[in-house]
Design a protein around this ligand. Structure first.
Ligand SMILES: Cc1cc2nc3c(=O)[nH]c(=O)nc-3n(C[C@H](O)[C@H](O)[C@H](O)COP(=O)(O)OP(=O)(O)OC[C@H]3O[C@@H](n4cnc5c(N)ncnc54)[C@H](O)[C@@H]3O)c2cc1C
Length: 391
């Protein structure tokens, strides 16, 4: 098999990249190790930045998102039983975010790709990227029990944190920046109407809680739990009781309960691999960087990377200049590090590390009260949450 751009992974990064290239008349082949149902049902992110929404719309993949997505003009910070709303459009000159689940973004992009785009092979596991530093990189993969080779002009590794693409960068050229956190998120999906019309981020002495939603009838809720917690060890009733405690207020706000339909634990990690390019291999999305989900940045960063790659390749074709492609890693990393910084800030602002001294509790509360009292501090949060611009 031969193509212009070999894409490994059909998560949001790989699927959107295939769509952008198709729209620009550039051929691609997507290799995805899992089956279609698995990819479409994997519960993950749900907050789309303004820039992500704009890109999906411009790519012709925004029709259902515009119909079913929920536009949110703010979030609520909850601490010491107080409530503070951050008004995004007022602070950013009009930006907002959209609640539309990653599962739905993937379903929309898969349907478009299968209808109009180039080959998208499920159950096709990339085994290795070879000759990344040559004019003709190749992806060795296994599909329907047979090994095959995809010859490409460029390979984009969109294969997530556990993929194979990153391994093709020689160890001597790689630098990894990493931080793990001594807690995770217990996430539940529940058939319950959201208890608030915007996301609620709660800092509590018992730990962090997040009230989020997928639709007007489905809530997505999270609790900070110790690292290594087994989701099955939490009974549904205990989850609701703990959410009630951590989200408590002094007014008559009430948590809506309902049947829990899924629960899982997500570890928290910050990770950046530099560079994001080696020869004709480009890394995009979780293959190159991970953020703790507190800032809702993971999916949005993946979108930023593939937009940068697609624009650079279109620029090369239009002008003959590889300048933007050559600058891919530096361009993406500037945005990645801003998102890393914001996600780290939000995580340390809202979570209680085990054994943290009371001094840190007071500092957290002081930081939260500063955001509530200072338009400058609040604007910083609003700008970062609604998204850093694409360069
Ligand atoms: C459990 C979990 C919960 C999360 N929750 C949130 C959240 O609430 N908010 C938020 O903003 N972000 C969240 N994230 C992060 C967000 O979902 C990711 O940043 C986003 O999925 C990145 O997209 P991607 O396309 O880069 O990678 P992925 O979505 O990981 O896609 C990679 C794809 O590559 C495929 N693949 C892997 N190896 C191979 C191979 N060898 N050959 C072929 N295919 C391969 C995988 O099957 C997968 O389909 C979460 C992540 C996880 C893991």
């Amino acid at each position: 098999m031969r193509t212009t751009v070999g894409i490994i992974g059909a998560g949001p990064a790989g699927l959107l990249l295939a769509r952008l290239l198709h729209n620009a008349g550039i051929g691609s082949v997507v290799l995805e190790s899992r089956d279609r149902a698995y990819v479409e049902q994997r519960q993950r992110a749900g907050i789309l930045e303004q820039g992500t929404v704009d890109v999906l719309r411009a790519a012709g993949a925004g029709e259902r998102m515009d119909r079913e997505g929920l536009r949110h003009d703010g979030i609520e910070l909850r601490f010491a039983r107080e409530r503070h709303r951050v008004d995004f459009p007022a602070l950013t000159g009009g930006s907002s975010v959209t609640v539309y689940a990653q599962t739905e973004v993937c379903k929309d992009l898969i349907a478009l790709q299968l209808k109009e785009g180039g080959p998208l092979l499920f159950d096709a596991e990339a085994l290795a990227v070879e000759d990344a530093d040559s004019e003709h990189p190749r992806v060795r993969f296994r599909h329907e029990g047979r090994e095959d080779v995809l010859e490409c002009d460029y390979v984009v590794g969109c294969d997530g944190f556990w993929g194979v693409a990153r391994k093709a960068v020689p160890a001597g050229l790689s630098r990894v920046f990493e931080r793990t956190y001594p807690f995770g998120w217990l996430g539940v999906l529940a058939d319950a109407p959201p208890s608030h019309d915007e996301l609620v981020y709660a800092r509590h002495d018992r730990g962090f809680a997040l009230l989020s939603m997928r639709s007007p009838t489905v809530s997505r809720l999270y609790l900070q739990v110790p690292e290594g917690t087994d989701a099955g060890s939490w009974r549904d009733e205990d989850i609701w009781d703990e959410l009630d405690r951590r989200l408590e207020t002094d007014d008559d706000w009430r948590l809506e309960r309902g049947p829990v339909t899924a629960k899982s634990v997500t570890p928290m990690r910050s990770f950046v691999h530099e560079p994001m390019r080696h020869g004709r291999l480009f890394l995009a999305g979780d293959a190159a960087h991970i953020v703790p989900p507190t800032g809702a940045k993971g999916l949005n960063l993946a979108v930023g990377d593939v937009v940068t790659f697609a624009r650079a390749l279109v620029h090369l074709r239009a002008t003959g200049s590889a300048e933007r492609l050559d600058a891919y890693s530096e361009t993406c990393l500037r945005r990645v590090w801003q998102a890393e910084r914001f996600s780290y800030d939000m995580t340390t602002l809202l979570h209680r590390a085990p054994g943290a001294p009371p001094f840190e509790d007071r500092i957290q509360l002081a930081r939260l009260r500063r955001i509530a009292a200072s338009r400058a501090a609040e604007t910083d949060l609003a700008e970062a949450y609604t998204g850093f611009p694409f360069e």
